[in-house]
Design a protein around this ligand. Sequence first.
Ligand code: FO1
Length: 342
Amino acid sequence: MSSNFPAGQSPESPSITVLSGGMGGARFLQGLLHGLRSGLLPFAPDTTVNVVANTADDLWVHGLKVCPDLDTVMYTLGDGIDPERGWGRREETWSVKEELATYGVEPTWFGLGDRDIATHLVRTQMLEAGYSLSAVTEALCQRWRPDVRLLPMTDDRVETHVAIGDAEAPSGKRVVHFQEYWVKLRAEVPAEALVFVGLDQSAPAPGVVEAITSAALVIVPPSNPVVSVGTILGVPGIREALLDTAAPVVGLSPIVGSTHVRGMAEQMLTAIGVEVSAAGVAGHYGARTQGGVLDGWLVDDQDHEQVERIRAGGVACRAVPLMMTSPEATAAMAVAAVDLVR
Ligand code: FO1
């Protein structure tokens, strides 16, 4: 019954579903769409791409709801992103931020640009009027037209908090919001533990489970395996959908050599005791045949010696260039990912 399918999808039209964080996922999506729309992938060029995006980076700041990963995907695919920063708007100005700092209003360490603030004002007003985050995201995408169906992983409030050492604290620790850890502390102190506030009580947003169970292919891009993909997998019902789907699930390693390409995956993997390597992340996600999520895993050429170990873990594996240096290079990665599991 096509009524079981989300709007715009029917049993006939296959879709590709991507579980995405912010910058890494957005850059991968640029290449995937480039490859798909130019016929480089073995899918109809008009195949729908669903994006299930992480929302645990979200935070309330200056009374506004900020959704970094949703906005990074939306701005990147809608051609509004600042290419140098990789987040926020290009042609941005910072008058409001400067005025807030002059008032001495914290946090001064989190940069909200004037154009970006308009997005948060629209989102906050709609949330306060009773719209769900999914409805807000759909409305914002009417303007940005990102060429994907952008779905928050959940409409419920979930926040990643990080426990760090604090000599002054009686417990020797204090907990900060993920954004404070990443933006203010620059992830320069060890993350001793991660707390995913609200995650266990959250539910998949409308269309998320169907986007996974009705997909022809599910991709885990080189997003942060702990605080982006890990949080998506932590929403009750999403892991089950990945085990149920007839689609192959293929991932691309965010770790090349002994560290992340960008971001703070190394610190996050270390916080949860996972080996910081392509094979370590593959083992953390697990083979779908053994209750995990992966059927296939691409590693970078320089990690080719880990391929056998990953295959031994029940996951198909190949070493290819994994540097997303251009949409064409990223499209080649997407082609390799599809080839690995078809
Ligand atoms: N990242 C920074 O390094 N500094 C910032 O001041 C900053 C502000 C910011 C505002 C809106 C937004 O959507 C993203 C922002 N980011 C900033 C990036 C953000 O921390 C990351 O996109 C993710 O949360 C981590 O991947």
